[in-house]
Design a protein around this ligand. Structure first.
Ligand code: PRP
Ligand code: URA
Length: 234
């Protein structure tokens, strides 16, 4: 798995003060670079992809991102018996908690629990008000023990960054300390917003797209992730 840390500086963002506000601090963002991801991202971007295929491929992409986001988890060793002798075994040292942001984040959970079946799963319900683009909370149910866990917050889209920032603020208020934010498509505006409010949180994404349109959608993007996962688009 090849990993690239994006050094972010686009000339047009440096000349436009509005866009400059969205300029991410590069060191927090990892774009996972893999041919399978690029192929799958194209399937997700394609407007003709039916929702069943979209949901399946989004799960596969999430698994690759989860694998990469979990790369530096700590291990604890223990003695185990093979059929032949005693050797050193390894287990994850820290508990893993996955927190999808509803609805679209639900589509990513299977990808995480494929590699960490022991993970506990919390849920944060938020939707983006269409006119203000501000996140609105409507549900919260997270496990206890946030303080000592590695917490993976999952949402396919990081657009303005309002939802991700709100979710992390909520989880920190509940005691969480160690986070990764994992998304599929990130916009520079969202990365910048999240980095400013939560500079301690690393972001993993499959792509950093060009930016937001006037309605707050990521371009080129993949459309409304929740609608495409659940087949609720018009
Ligand atoms: C989408 C997406 C994120 C949010 C991103 O959710 O899944 O949660 O928008 O936008 P932001 O970075 O500007 O906050 P949406 O509000 O469409 O709800 P849904 O998942 O129920 O479709
Ligand atoms: N939410 C989505 O689902 N898609 C976008 O492009 C932006 C926010």
């Amino acid at each position: 798995m090849r990993k690239c840390i994006v050094a972010w500086s686009r000339p047009e963002n440096l000349t436009n003060p509005d866009k400059r506000r969205g300029k991410p601090t590069a060191e927090n963002l990892t774009i996972v670079d893999h041919p399978l991801l690029k192929r799958d991202l194209s399937i997700l971007r394609n407007r003709e992809t039916p929702h069943g295929t979209f949901r399946k491929v989004l799960g596969d992409v999430s698994a690759i991102l989860a694998y990469e986001a979990m790369r530096d988890l700590n291990l604890a060793s223990y003695d185990l018996e093979t059929p032949l002798e005693t050797t050193v075994g390894h287990r994850l040292a820290d508990e893993i908690i996955v927190v999808p942001i509803l609805r679209a984040g639900l589509g990513m959970v299977d990808g995480f629990v494929r590699f960490a079946p022991e993970a506990r799963v919390g849920h944060l319900g938020m939707y983006r008000d269409e006119s203000t683009l501000q996140p609105v909370d409507y549900y919260k149910n997270v496990p206890s023990g946030l303080r000592n866990a590695w917490i993976f917050v999952a949402d396919p889209m990081l657009a303005t960054g309002g939802s991700a920032t709100g979710a992390l603020t909520t989880l920190k208020a509940l005691g969480g300390r160690r986070f990764r934010f994992v998304c599929i498509v990130a916009a520079p505006e969202g990365v910048g917003h999240l980095c400013r409010h939560h500079p301690d949180v690393s972001i993993f994404a499959a792509t950093l797209d060009r930016g937001l349109n006037d309605n707050g959608y990521i371009c080129p993007g993949l459309g409304d992730a929740g609608d495409r996962i659940f087949g609720t688009e018009l």
